[in-house]
Design a protein around this ligand. Sequence first.
Ligand code: SF4
Length: 328
Amino acid sequence: MTLLEVNDLAVEFTTAEGIVQAVKGIDFAVARGQTLGIVGESGSGKSVTSLAVMGLHRGAKVTGSVRFEGTELIGAPDETVRRLRGRRMAMVFQDALTALHPYFTIGDQIAEAHREHHGSSRKESWARAVEVLGDVGIPEPARRAGEYPHQFSGGMRQRAMIALALSCEPDLIIADEPTTALDVTVQAQVLDLLMRLKDERGLGIIVITHDLGVIARVADEVLVMYGGAAVEQAGAERLFTAPRHPYTRGLLESLPRLDAADGEPLHAIPGNPPSLLAPPAGCVFHPRCPVYAAADTGQRELCTAARPPLRLLADGHRNACVRSEETT
Ligand code: SF4
């Protein structure tokens, strides 16, 4: 059953330098028990997309449609969005030390969220805080609930963030770079925890990351973003085994390989992500694209004439490269 449906979502910021088109025409859906991975470099628009879904973009112009179980959130009264946010849709932020309040105990912060959304008593909400801390694997949860964020390790703080998100029993969790600050062992534990909770509770999960290793571990469906737009979308297995867009291929080739020969240099995508104030004409990736670089003048015009839309291909892939058939 579809939990979240996003159609033609666009987010614009007005700045002193001009209009920044941070997200342009994004479509995706998330069902119960499904994990959508959104991947891209910094500035690709992935975090802006998640904040727009949560209604956390004050001051930005947000257009398109975000429907949560059929309820339209774009343009909805603040009260409607507030009722869903935290209670039905929760967010796990990337830097738990910044996201958690340093003056309040972990238990107080979880209990407060539960009281706010469920109208529970102090005693009930504290019991719920201890329960969810136990659910996410915090040892001695009754004692640790009384500790402050600085007394938790990085991995435990991230678990506490997940407990905070879970405390109101949401249906959808958006995890923005949930493991970026963690070492690989703790990273694996946190991802396994999210997947266990998804399976046990039938949650829909959106994982936002720049790390394809995280995507490979958790995602059923993958959306690749570049320059504020989706450039490729496919099932995770298909995307990893048969990527179609040159940007996705560049990301995959940039992963360090254990079987690389000694001294073999790491591959990198040349250049930098585009400025969204003045993006390149046509395909925004063209200044960095190896296919464009190798093409003759006539073929290059295909890439720069207009921004390629995300097209559905025969194999179920969606791809925004005008030359994807030739370059496969
Ligand atoms: Fe490269 Fe052209 Fe495809 Fe863009 S449309 S990814 S520039 S080949």
